[in-house]
Design a protein around this ligand. Structure first.
Ligand code: GLC
Length: 433
């Protein structure tokens, strides 16, 4: 689909205005009201949006996130920089002490991959060089934390303790694992459904369990060892594993460029090998794709979701898997003129409009697209780029998009979608056509 240069220029201005309007000084909220704080993987993606028009602000987005890094190395999923009564559960429920106000869980660690892009594409080498000096040790600390604390038995596959850690909060992939989590027994008032229609948001039965886990972490005093042992929800999330793998490679690339070579970088290289040799556990010969694995029930998570395509981004798809996985992708894309829906349209749990059960998220498509390019699947990569751009043309900078119509799904005026527009989808139009 082509739009005029004028329309394209207008969309670029709108995307910039979205970021500027969501900027609360050093960090960008995903959207006002629904998500009034700093979110981990949102901020990483958002830095890419600032890059083309305000590079210092792009770096600042990443350093403000890292300023909340825990002493253990974990970079939290949400940083509560200021108070807000439009969001639940807030800092009082999470109960974190001795750290900047934050949640006690993390999110997909795409940050190192973004930092590599900022470093490669910088127009201000002196700025990039000075930023990277502080950022690299922080990233190393974070990646060591992932491997040591989230895979203490050296299986090669890190675990996640909450669907919110995946960033794909309400994915049907988590249904069975979440079912095993008890419900909380206290009353609460949700805030999300006062911003967005309940038909697009998770059900109460899921929320009750989400909150049980939040309580559990606090009761365990956030102790990584205790949580690993006893958490009722413990999943090898294929999206986190893939994103972490790619990010570790990107971090090692940055280390090499800047002359960092030590025991820690050696350890990270070993971890890459360990993960590569463990990935078969996540491959399902029946569906011909990757799935997450529930370590409590010892079984693959059933649903076919876009997370199962992220091993392309990581370079973790082997030769035997690549062809069948591409057939799955081709079939997936036939269902929509837009991009990859979060759940496969033929999956029994597919809902084109409900949160992570169908809608299209552009940053997930971007990562899959990059992976496909690396593997030489350029036709599919272009198809995804065009379909993602069509979402913006259809309805603007929304949190996500209805899988079949491209209409708004979730919040409007959304930062990471504006960022994907600015960095990936809008400026390229004339180059490509
Ligand atoms: C939702 C999404 C999560 C995102 C957050 C802020 O919780 O599921 O991925 O980080 O919103 O946009």
């Amino acid at each position: 689909m082509k739009v005029s240069d004028h329309k394209n220029a207008q969309l670029i201005e709108e995307a910039k205005a979205t970021l500027i309007n969501n900027d609360l000084g050093g960090y960008t909220v995903p959207t006002h009201g629904l998500y009034p704080f700093q979110w981990n993987w949102d901020s990483a993606i958002v830095a890419l949006g600032w890059l083309p028009f305000d590079e210092p602000r792009a770096w600042e987005e990443t350093t403000s996130l890292l300023s909340a890094q825990w002493q253990t190395g974990m970079v939290p999923h949400v940083v509560f920089h200021q108070q807000s009564d439009t969001y639940f559960p807030g800092p009082d429920i999470w109960g974190v002490k001795n750290e900047l106000d934050s949640t006690s869980i993390t999110q997909p660690p795409v940050l190192a991959s973004v930092i590599k892009i900022l470093y490669e594409e910088t127009k201000d080498r002196a700025l990039a060089d000075s930023q990277i000096k502080t950022i690299i040790p922080q990233l190393i600390h974070s990646h060591l934390w992932w491997y040591k604390h989230r895979d203490p038995e050296n299986t090669g596959l890190v675990v996640s303790y909450h669907p919110w850690e995946s960033g794909m909060d309400n994915s049907p992939a988590w249904d069975d694992a979440l079912e095993a989590v008890p419900c909380i027994d206290w009353e609460y008032t949700r805030r999300d459904t006062s911003h967005i229609d309940a038909s697009e948001r998770p059900h109460k039965k899921e929320y009750d369990r989400f909150l049980y886990l939040v309580d559990f972490f606090r009761k365990m005093n956030f102790d990584d060892t205790l949580i690993y042992q006893d958490c009722p929800y413990r999943v090898n999330d294929v999206s986190i594993i893939s994103i972490l793998h790619r990010a570790t490679k990107d971090l090692l690339w940055l280390c090499e460029k800047t002359g960092v070579d030590n025991e820690q970088t050696e350890y990270l290289k070993e971890r890459l090998n360990l993960t590569a040799s463990a990935m078969n556990k996540l491959w399902c010969a029946k569906t011909n794709m990757f799935h997450s694995f529930d370590t409590r029930s010892n079984s693959l998570c059933q649903a076919r979701t876009s997370a199962g395509l992220l091993p392309f981004f990581a370079g973790l798809v082997n030769e035997q898997q690549a062809t069948p996985l591409i057939s799955v992708l081709d079939n997936w894309l036939e269902h929509s003129q837009f991009a990859i829906s979060s759940t496969h349209p033929e999956d029994p749990n597919y809902e084109p409009q409900r949160y992570w059960r169908g809608p299209i998220w552009l940053h997930v498509n971007w990562m899959i697209m990059l992976g496909l390019k690396d593997y030489g699947f350029s036709t599919q990569a272009e198809r995804i780029t065009d379909g993602s751009r069509a979402c913006i043309y259809a309805s603007g900078f929304n949190e996500s998009f209805h899988a079949e119509t491209g209409a708004r799904s979730g919040g409007a005026d959304f930062s990471w979608t504006a960022a994907m527009g600015l960095y990936w989808l809008l400026p390229n139009q004339t180059e490509k056509e």
